[in-house]
Design a protein around this ligand. Structure first.
Ligand SMILES: CC(C)(COP(=O)(O)OP(=O)(O)OC[C@H]1O[C@@H](n2cnc3c(N)ncnc32)[C@H](O)[C@@H]1OP(=O)(O)O)[C@@H](O)C(=O)NCCC(=O)NCCS
Length: 317
């Protein structure tokens, strides 16, 4: 096998990065859109594997959780180089680079649907949490579901400001009661609840909208949700993450976001909502499938997402 070398990515690698992206996510990979921004962001590291001038792999990570965590994302290896340990080595090299250059980092976290690690790898990983993902393709059945959704009465949900979410959820014990293990995910990025992460979340997803149940000025919310619309090539994707342990609040958010989506979007819509527990997922299914008669999306299969954590060995000072 030709020698594979590992190094930091360069801006001039862009054409090769496009090549690594070919065919990923049915041709809709986000990596080419993000590459330049990542390269210019101080706490982002993009590591590549190269054979001569050709890139054969890439992985990236950024620092979050007040400097404690490297969040890893975007593993890519050319199909003809897969299964030879390239990704494994890339991850190791990235970890070593992060440890050297960001000494406050004590762990790596990542979110994946993959759950087939070797025993050896699994022994080093901790599963922090897993999410079940509901996803519905809203097409011809929309008029029926829309009409039905108007007949179901639920708790009132209202949009809230970013400042409210930052102050109440990210900087307060209230958030910790609503979010399992205090790790909130959006789009496969696991963020701990701390105010510096709220800024990072908005940096990554500037169009996010936040919602909570209507509650009096002097009481704390028992639920919140957030998400945004992402245009794709031939449909629109609306994701909503709902955080609560209460079934009625959960269903109220789900229904509110569904109604909002139907009003705002006329094109083909895929509605995606990961939930924190199997109990909530089953109630979500009852609402969306039994009552509204929505069909599961076959574009995005119903999946489970896992948040994994790997401790980095601490170096002697
Ligand atoms: C996933 C992918 C990067 C793996 O690359 P690879 O070089 O073939 O992987 P390796 O030969 O190093 O061996 C697999 C190792 O990678 C890890 N791995 C494999 N697939 C993974 C996935 N989807 N997510 C996270 N880790 C994964 C495992 O740790 C595994 O090691 P283990 O068997 O000891 O547990 C490659 O198959 C690929 O580019 N797939 C398409 C893009 C993709 O699905 N990326 C992941 C989601 S962002």
């Amino acid at each position: 096998m030709e020698e594979v070398r590992f190094r930091l990515a360069r801006l001039s690698d862009f054409d090769e990065v496009m090549n690594l992206s070919r065919g990923i996510y049915k041709g809709r990979d986000y990596l080419p859109l993000e590459f330049h921004r990542w390269m210019k962001t101080e706490d982002f590291t993009v590591m590549v594997a190269a054979v001569g001038e050709k890139l054969v792999g890439l992985t990236a990570g950024f620092i979050a959780d007040d400097g404690k965590t490297c969040i890893r994302r975007a593993a890519r290896v050319l199909p003809e180089y897969r299964g030879r340990g390239v990704n494994k080595k890339l991850s190791q090299v990235l970890n070593e680079y992060v440890q050297l250059n960001f000494p406050s980092v004590i762990r790596v976290r990542f979110v994946t649907r993959y759950n087939d690690f070797s025993k050896n790898t699994l022994a080093k990983l901790t599963t922090i949490h897993h999410f079940e993902v509901l996803s519905y393709d809203i097409g011809e059945e929309a008029p029926y579901a829309k009409e039905k959704s108007q007949e179901i009465s639920t708790i009132r949900i209202a949009r809230c400001t970013k400042e409210y979410i930052s102050d109440i959820i990210f900087s307060n014990l209230v958030g910790q009661q609503l979010v399992s293990n205090s790790v909130l995910i959006y789009d496969r990025l696991p963020f701990e609840l701390c105010s510096s992460n709220f800024k990072k979340l908005l940096q990554e997803f500037e169009n996010l909208e936040f919602y909570s149940e209507k509650c009096c000025a002097n009481s704390f919310p028992k639920s919140f949700s957030f998400g945004c619309v992402t245009p794709r090539v031939d449909y629109i994707h609306l994701t909503t993450y709902i955080y609560t342990s209460d079934i009625s609040f959960y269903q109220a958010h789900l229904l509110h976001r569904f109604k909002h989506a139907c009003e705002a979007i006329e094109d083909r819509l895929i509605f995606v909502s990961p939930a924190q527990s199997e109990l909530l997922t089953s109630h979500g299914r009852m609402l969306m499938e039994d009552k509204l008669k929505l069909k599961k999306s076959d574009n995005l299969q119903e999946i489970k997402l896992y948040i994994f954590e790997l401790d980095l060995p601490q170096q002697d000072s």
